[in-house]
Design a protein around this ligand. Structure first.
Ligand code: MN
Length: 325
C-alpha cells in the first residue's frame, strides 16, 4: 500500500524538537491521535512532546502514557508543531510557539497551515488518518499501545461504527488495529462503561430540559452551570448527552447548549441524522465540524441564543422540504 505522504518525509528530516497538540475539550480522537503519533515518533528516536490545554478526561485515563501529556501553554519555541484533529490552531484554546505548524485532520474546510498538512475529510477519524500515515511509514512499529490509541479515536468518532462516516474502510482499519493488539471489548468498556453515579444525575437534570421544536424535528438540551455544581461533575461529563436528543425518532437535528463558567458563553454541539448539514449551521455561528456532528460557541442571553439556533435550523429544514417537493 506504499503511498507517498509528504509529512512522513518532513518528519523523518526533523532533528530538533517536535510538539504534538490537540484541541481544547479534547475527545478520544484528539487524544488518541496525539498519543499514537507521540509513541511512534519516540520509538524512532525523535525528540517529541505532547501537550494540550485541558486535563485528560476521565474516560480516556486508561490510554497509555497519559501521564506524559504536558499542559499548554508551554514557554518554549518548538521546531515543528503538529496539530491533530482540529481545523485550526485556534481550536487549541491557547498559544503555541513553533517555527512550523502542520495539521493532521479530518474536518471539513479547515485552515491550510503547511504544504505538509495531511487532511482527509472523508476519513471517519483523525486516528484513521494517523493509521494511514504510520502504515506507510513503518507498519511493523505499530504496537499494542499505539493500536489501542488509534482504535479509541475510531470508535469515539464513529459512535462505535454507527454514524454515517462508517464505511467498509472503517472496518478494514479496525481489523488492522485489532490485529496489531487493540482489544475492542476492553477499549469499549473503558470508554463507555465506567459511568459515575453523579454523571447519571447530571444526565437526569439535562434530560429534564428537553425541548422540541418544528413538529419534533429539532431537539434542544441544556446544561446549566448550576447542574455541574449541584452534581459535582465537569463539563467533560456531558460528552455524548446530545445523542439522547438525537435518538428521538422525529428528530432531524439535536442541539445541546452547555453554559460556560462566565455564564454568558454557550458551547453548542449539533448532531444531524443525514438530512441537515449541521456543519453549515455551526459555521454560520463561527464554528465547524462535519455534516452530522459540529459545534460552535455563542455568547449571549440563553433564550436569545437558543432562538437564533432554532431559527437557523428551521431555515435549513425548510430548504430541505423545498428540495424534496
Ligand atoms: Mn475527530
Amino acid at each position: 500500500m506504499e503511498k507517498y505522504i509528504p509529512i512522513i518525509e518532513r518528519l523523518k528530516r526533523e532533528e530538533k524538537d517536535i510538539l504534538i497538540f490537540t484541541h481544547e475539550n479534547p475527545d478520544g480522537d484528539g487524544i488518541g491521535s496525539m498519543i499514537a503519533l507521540y509513541l511512534f515518533l519516540k520509538k524512532i528516536g525523535k525528540n517529541v512532546v505532547m501537550a494540550m490545554k485541558d486535563d485528560v478526561p476521565y474516560v480516556y485515563n486508561f490510554l497509555p502514557k497519559v501521564d506524559e501529556i504536558k499542559k499548554l501553554p508551554i514557554n518554549h519555541k518548538f521546531s515543528v508543531a503538529i496539530l491533530v484533529d482540529a481545523s485550526s490552531r485556534k481550536r487549541a484554546g491557547t498559544q503555541i510557539q513553533s517555527h512550523e505548524l502542520i495539521r493532521i485532520d479530518h474536518h471539513i474546510g479547515g485552515e491550510f497551515e503547511s504544504i505538509y498538512d495531511y487532511v482527509d475529510d472523508y476519513s471517519p477519524s483523525t486516528t484513521a488518518v494517523v493509521t494511514e500515515i504510520l502504515r506507510n511509514w513503518d507498519e511493523s512499529l505499530i504496537d499494542k499501545e499505539i493500536a489501542t490509541c488509534l482504535y479509541t479515536g475510531l470508535i469515539t468518532d464513529t459512535g462505535s461504527f454507527k454514524y454515517n462516516n462508517t464505511t467498509s474502510k472503517t472496518f478494514e482499519i479496525a481489523k488492522f488495529l485489532t490485529e496489531k493488539g487493540a482489544d475492542p471489548f476492553y477499549i469499549s468498556k473503558m470508554v463507555f462503561e465506567r459511568n459515575k453515579v453523579n454523571v447519571l444525575m447530571l444526565l437526569q437534570k439535562t434530560l429534564s430540559t428537553l425541548e422540541l421544536y418544528n413538529d419534533g424535528k429539532i431537539a434542544v438540551l441544556t446544561v446549566f452551570r448550576d447542574f455541574l455544581n449541584q452534581t459535582n461533575t465537569l463539563e467533560e461529563d456531558t460528552e455524548g448527552f446530545v445523542n439522547f436528543a438525537r435518538s428521538i425518532e422525529s428528530v432531524k437535528v439535536a442541539i445541546i447548549m452547555i453554559q460556560k463558567e462566565d455564564l454568558k458563553t454557550w458551547r453548542v454541539s449539533l448532531r444531524g441524522k443525514g438530512d441537515v448539514d449541521v456543519q453549515e449551521i455551526a459555521k454560520y455561528f463561527g464554528g465547524g465540524g462535519h455534516k452530522d456532528a459540529a459545534g460552535c460557541r455563542i455568547m449571549g442571553e440563553y433564550e436569545k441564543v437558543k432562538e437564533s439556533l432554532v431559527d437557523k435550523v428551521s431555515q435549513k429544514l425548510e430548504n430541505l422540504q423545498l428540495i424534496n417537493v
